[in-house]
Design a protein around this ligand. Sequence first.
Ligand code: NAD
Length: 261
Amino acid sequence: MFKDLEGKVVVVTGASSGLGRAIAKRFGQEKAKVVINYYKNEGKSDELIGEIKEAGGEAVKVQGDVSKEEDVKKIIQFAIDTYGTLDVMVNNAGIQNEVPTEELSLDDWNKVISTNLTGIFVGSREAIAYMLKNDIKGSIINMSSVHQIIPWPHFAHYAASKGGIKMLSETLALEFAPHGIRVNCLAPGAINTPINKEKFSDPAAKEEVLKMIPLNKIGEPEEVAAAAVWLASEEASYVTGTTLYIDGGMTNYPSFQAGKG
Ligand code: NAD
């Protein structure tokens, strides 16, 4: 538990499922005031609010499409209007779809870039502008992926968005460090969430993924959430402009395992 997170106001985008859900829940357990952004699944966010309240936490929900500038502004304003301030912005919402690049339409490209990268840009900009104006030494946590450094054929738009998140976050970290605002990335590997449901339901595909993970297991959303609360806490007060990989060693050249190479 991180005592300093108690009472902090935290926005989590795309929080009705997967990693966002686990992160919002964990902040709730830390007794933060959690603003759950959902896109389409209001029922799931109501369920999550119930779970957080049952555990003694506080949470509210707000609908919004992070690919729309006015919606991101609305989400942040809602947090400020409801809880009076903003301390932590977790830009988590993201999408992916598999398309060989020679068939990748501009529509698909724009959809992924506007949700994954532009959404994080606007979310970070709006949160930072509020923190600057109110002298808040806040924390911005941007959901990247191991694909911010691992190329991924058939997912060129996704990999480009995640690479962009890395450089955007590092730039913001440098720009706003003098104000005490920290900006970091979380980079999960293969985690058990709806985004991977189809792939992991096929035992052969799951086996292929496991071969790329030195710890030989698919991660759980709670393992990413644990990193998120640490990054937001005072325990990480000297950490900015970095990426925390939560990937079971996937980025550690697993093909060299057992002395190969
Ligand atoms: P998920 O599909 O369960 O979660 C994505 C969430 O984003 C959903 O709740 C969805 O409703 C929301 N969302 C999608 N478009 C949105 C929009 N326009 N506006 C607001 N919300 C929107 O999958 P997940 O695994 O929890 O993914 C969360 C983040 O983690 C994504 O950014 C993803 O790229 C990243 N990630 C996941 C993994 C993994 O293995 N699960 C690995 C690396 C990175």
